[in-house]
Every structure is written in structure tokens, then in C-alpha cells.
Design a protein around this ligand. Structure first.
Ligand SMILES: Nc1ncnc2c1ncn2[C@@H]1O[C@H](COP(=O)(O)OP(=O)(O)OP(=O)(O)O)[C@@H](O)[C@H]1O
Ligand SMILES: [Mg+2]
Length: 379
């Protein structure tokens, strides 16, 4: 599946834009602040019904305007006879009215139903937060990835979070009214435990699937012999109802004092290591970047395998941070392993031309200037 056309109206710094895209590689180059990342944000919107820059849709509305339109025409090739089918995804947002997303002109009832329809992976400068930031980012990484191939997981997760919200509300109610209704609390525990275990099992399975693929990419990019590792660190170590109920009982007094649920899958983490040492505490910046890029490339490979469809890949400014050796290695991987459409931003058109000088893919170069885009014609 690839995006053939992107149309924007009053989206961030784009007043009106109509872009015809390459099914191979699309390079957006230009000065700082020109609007390169905004294009990736718009493409991300079509797949996830939100941008990556902000969770608030209204921030994507062009300054001074009161709505935006973001429309994409996608091409899906059928596996049987290679016939091309055109699909459209349109997002409208109007201040005060909210957001509407339509697939083939049919409005979506639930945004979550759309996740996974357009498989997509992005590599952004902020992704180093995966290593250096709090555990929530690592859980979100797992959750987003699993949700793209497993709708049941996503539903369980949404349900689990609702149960935790209710349980927390109850804990607050006990604190404000005095006294504890044990039956009511047990009722929420009974709902929380099976959901939590289903999520744990899926996270453990995911880590096992993911690890070898990740290791492969890491070794392809790095010349020296470094051994990377990823470990799932669940907050409750046994995946059994007994273990969960015991843990909940043991921590019940603390939960009542804190007025929130202090254990469960909302406390899980992923541990990242190189040569058995924490990447966060011991890894150099270059190692950290390589680790993150390998995580994302593995995410890509896993998704492609699950969906039997190459995802769209968004790369924001990744080449800027890499030495020549790693740059060449990654360019090689993009060329050989990444079958889907690629969107890439960089400040230098010359560097992009150099990087993709020998690619077998169809490349389009776009120069971005203050919310306007011109295609660079190359011989
Ligand atoms: N809602 C909005 N309305 C108008 N302009 C906006 C809006 N949101 C962001 N911008 C503008 O978009 C520009 C930033 O665009 P973007 O982040 O895509 O730049 P870039 O080309 O990726 O730059 P860099 O090379 O620094 O990463 C800024 O000038 C910012 O003011
Ligand atoms: Mg940018």
C-alpha cells in the first residue's frame, strides 16, 4: 500500500497543497522551519488519525484558520493479480466540532478501528526518548506495535485502562467517604486480572518475536561486535491469576492510601542493553541512536511480516546524526530490505542525492520552502 497523492488545506504551515508522490522514495529537503516534518506529520495522521507532533488536533490547524483538511489517495495492490485498487482516507477537523475521519467516504465510528489499516513506522529525532525517557514510552512502543497486528490486544488494553480508572475512582471514593467496600473492590480486581494476564502474555510473546529481528538490524549497522539485548520486565512476574490476586492483596493497603492502583501492566517495562549493560546508563550517543534505529527497523520488519504488506516508512532527519559508515549501511538497508514507500526529510538536497544515487527504487526529490513544495526534476 502506498500514498499516491496527498492534499492539505490549512494544515500547519500549508495553506493549500497537492502532492503527487513516488511509490518508492520521497525526499523532502529544505531549511529549518520550512515544513518538512509537517509533511510527515500529515502522512502519520492518515494512518493513526493523529499526528506525532501533538495529541491536540487543533494545533495542526493553520494559524488564523478554523479547520483543516488532510486527504490521501492510497493504492493497494491485490496479491492475486496485482491489480491496483484506489482507497481514500480523509481527515477533517473543525474547531468546536472536532474531527471526522472517512475511509472511502465512509465515516469511521471508532478511531481505533482504523489503526493498522495503513501499516506505518516512523523514525523521529524524539525517539531517543525510548531509551532515555520514562517507561511509559517503551510501553507505548510495544502497545502501538502489537495493536497494529492484534485488534484483540488493543481492545483488552482499552478495557484494562477503563477498569483501572474505575478502580482508582473507587479508591478515591473510599478515601473521601471513609470505609472500604471489599466486595466492590474485589469486583474490579476480578475484571482487571484476566485482562492484565492476556496483555502480559502478548507482551512476552511480542518480545520473543521481536528480539532476533532487532538483533539482526543492529548487527547490520554496527561493524564492531556488540551484543544488544531487549528484555520484557513485567511488573507482576507470574502470569497467573493466583499471583495477580496475591499481589493485589499484598498491596491493597498501599493502594488505599495512595488512592490509585500501583501495580499491574501499567508498570511494565522493557530493558535495553548492550553487552549486558544498560544502554541508557552506559551507551554512547551513537550507540543509543543505532539502538533506536534498529528498534524501528525491526518494528518495520515485524509489521510487514504480520500484515503481509510492506508498511510506509517515515524518516525524520535521521541522516543528520550519523557518520558516513552508518549512513551507508542504513541507506543499503532502506534499499534492500524496506519494500514499502519511504518519506524522508533532510536539510541537504545534495546529501539526499548522494545517498540515493544508486538506488533501484523510484525517487522523487521535493524542495520545501515556507509551506510551498516544488519537485526537483533530476535527469
Ligand atoms: N498550526 C500551525 N499553523 C501555522 N504554522 C505552523 C503550525 N504549526 C507549525 N507551524 C510552522 O511550521 C514550521 C515548522 O515546520 P517543520 O517542523 O515541518 O519544519 P522542518 O522543515 O521540519 O524544520 P527542521 O529542519 O528545523 O526540522 C514552523 O515555522 C512553525 O511555525
Ligand atoms: Mg523537521
Amino acid at each position: 500500500m502506498y500514498l499516491r497523492q496527498l492534499q492539505l488545506i490549512q494544515f500547519r504551515n500549508y495553506d493549500e497543497l497537492l502532492l503527487s508522490l513516488s511509490e518508492g522514495i520521497n525526499c523532502f529537503t529544505g531549511a529549518n522551519g520550512a515544513g518538512k516534518t509537517n509533511i510527515l506529520d500529515a502522512v502519520h495522521f492518515l494512518a493513526f488519525t493523529k499526528g506525532f507532533r501533538s495529541s491536540q488536533d487543533q494545533q495542526a490547524v493553520q494559524k488564523g484558520a478554523d479547520f483543516f483538511f488532510n486527504g490521501g489517495k492510497l493504492i493497494r495492490k491485490t496479491t492475486k493479480d496485482g491489480k491496483e485498487i484506489e482507497k481514500s482516507v480523509q481527515c477533517n477537523y473543525q474547531k468546536g466540532k472536532g474531527k471526522k475521519v472517512m475511509v472511502d467516504l465512509q465515516p469511521l465510528k471508532r478511531m481505533s478501528d482504523h489503526i493498522g489499516y495503513i501499516p506505518m513506522v516512523s523514525i523521529l529525532p524524539s525517539d531517543t526518548d525510548l531509551i532515555n525517557g520514562p517507561s511509559a514510552g517503551r510501553r507505548q512502543f510495544m502497545d502501538m506495535l502489537i495493536s497494529q497486528y492484534d485488534q484483540v490486544y488493543l481492545r483488552n488494553l482499552i478495557q484494562y485502562n477503563r477498569v483501572i480508572d474505575q478502580r482508582n475512582a473507587l479508591l478515591r471514593q473510599f478515601a473521601s467517604q471513609g470505609g472500604v467496600d471489599q466486595d466492590q473492590l474485589d469486583l474490579w480486581n476480578m475484571q482487571m486480572v484476566p485482562l492484565g494476564i492476556a496483555i502480559q502474555k502478548e507482551r512476552a510473546r511480542f518480545t520473543e518475536l521481536f528480539m532476533p529481528v532487532f538483533e539482526d538490524y543492529f548487527k547490520k549497522i554496527v561493524s564492531e561486535q556488540e551484543k544488544p539485548g531487549i528484555r520484557y520486565n513485567p511488573n507482576i512476574h507470574d502470569f497467573t491469576e493466583e499471583a495477580w490476586h496475591k499481589a493485589l492483596k499484598d498491596k491493597e493497603a498501599r493502594d488505599l492510601i495512595n488512592q490509585y492502583t500501583g501495580l499491574g501492566i501499567q508498570r511494565d517495562d522493557l530493558v535495553f542493553q548492550i553487552d549486558d549493560r544498560s544502554v541508557r546508563n552506559f551507551g554512547s550517543q551513537g550507540q543509543q541512536k543505532t539502538f533506536v534505529i534498529s528498534l524501528k527497523l525491526a518494528q518495520y520488519a515485524l509489521l510487514q511480516n504480520q500484515k503481509k504488506l510492506p508498511p510506509i516508512l517515515l524518516l525524520d532527519d535521521i541522516f543528520d546524526k550519523l557518520d558516513k559508515y552508518r549512513l551507508a549501511k542504513i541507506a543499503g538497508i532502506l534499499d534492500e530490505d524496506m519494500e514499502g514507500q519511504i518519506f524522508i526529510t533532510d536539510t541537504s538536497l545534495e546529501r539526499m542525492k548522494l545517498v540515493f544515487a544508486e538506488t533501484l527504487k523510484k525517487v522523487k526529490f521535493f524542495e520545501v520552502q515556507e509551506g510551498r513544495i516544488n519537485e526537483v526534476v533530476t535527469q
